[in-house]
Design a protein around this ligand. Sequence first.
Ligand code: HEM
Length: 511
Amino acid sequence: MATQTFTREQVTKNNNADSLHVIIDSKVYDLTDFANAHPGGVHVLLQLAGQDATSEFYSMHRHEILTKYTKMVIGMIQGETPQVIEPMAGDLCPIPYTEPMWLSPEFKSPYYDKSHRRLQKEVRIFVDEYVRPEALRIEEVGERPSAEIIKRMADNGINAMRLGPGRHLEGYNLIGGIEPRKFNYFHELVLNQELVRTHGRACNDGFLGGMVIGLPPVLNFCRNTVLRDRVMCECFSGEKSICLAVSEAFAGSDVAAIRTTAVKSADGTHYIVNGTKKWITNGNWADYFTTAVKTEKGYSMLLIERGEGVETEQIKTSYSSAAGTAFITFDNVKVSVENLLGQEHQGFPVIMSNFNHERWVMACASIRASRMVVEECLKWANQRKVFGKRLADQPVIRGKLAKMISLVESGQSWLEVITYQMCNMTYQQQAKSLAGPIALLKNFITRAAHEIADESVQVFGGRGITKSGMGRVIENFHRTYKFDAVLGGSEEILGDLAIRQAFKNFPKSML
Ligand code: HEM
């Protein structure tokens, strides 16, 4: 950091292309060599040469830009101290409503103890330092996450923690020093909500989203324990990757319409699998495919390894290829009967068993992503000036902010109430009593995301539909929030499921 000091008077003399200085937040920047390369053009800089450009700078740029250009700082204005808070890795955002209530010092919560707070702190630092830079890179270039970041996650037990509480955590060192046996759904909620703070939607799925839904059927239903433990260890370590292959061109939410077949050999030792799968997250690079197939008398689940007859191809969707969304072809693939998950012809319970957890994970992530959009809007409304005032001084903008905040806070509160029930129920009880509430929760949260995406673009205007610069988080969210509304059961299917279940449990006496 430059230590030289200047008076404002001295800076005014550097007011042309040969010596172009500006003041931003009491720091003096020498933009002479940068001016011609400035993405906003040289003229705007010349118009402010020698002057205080703080207000103009912050109405056009994210603060993080300055952290990339510290070399241009040549000194400070005498007797002044910078006012803008420099965010550090792990920091909480001090702006109201930008963190869940339990993280604000003035509020209490019955759900979180010291271990949750410790976990939150450590995961946030981890995400700020390692995950976000990698996430932004892969979101942009459309690549799978690097082996280094997956290994780093593995070393912190994060990959195993993403499958929720259970015996699979035993023997792992968990970030935050959480004892494996004490890990509960609130720890998982914290992890999910921190990991999603990457400002990219596809990369979140790229970071082993396929494992979160593809591995549980193996852990819970693979009878060959040697195979089960091998696959589990390989996936948690990041050495191999797994995905869930259920949907097809013929079958999305309508799982029963699948056409991929598995025919058992005459000697009963293996199946021959033929068919296709579509929209499979992480499928493009997966080594294992937890696959729903049609067998002679029903549906079955098979763990298929990449090998002869398995072809995968990237599908271009509206989010980045970083998620590895694939079209998969199984062409006479030989699969051992040892790889059958659960009972033959009774695959439906296996397919369904993890849906609640998947939907709850998506709800955790989607509502946190919506909160980040609120954060962007609050900051922008504070720094952007139109018609001579801050955006926040316009009642119409305040109305939009109020609506977005209310949606986020309601979603988070409902999520926490449901998570509390999960902590006090067995997996079977959850399946029986929480399928409806979780379906409605996800439905509500993605409807809220729809409203938030729409309102936030209106707040940001042209920048909300521009991939780089101030509005990039908004643009990404608006382009990708539908993934949560469609994947893991569409809004319509989930609403219908919840109400059908409610009527199924309708007491007979209530006429
Ligand atoms: C340290 C000084 C500055 C640096 C390092 C800088 C850097 C940048 C960068 C990287 C962008 C690309 C867009 C983005 O990523 O947000 C940009 C855009 C822009 N800059 Fe600057 N800038 C500086 C000062 C200024 C000043 C003083 C103005 C005066 C108004 C200005 C006006 C603009 C404009 C108009 C754009 C286009 C942004 C848009 O339309 O959204 N910049 N600048």
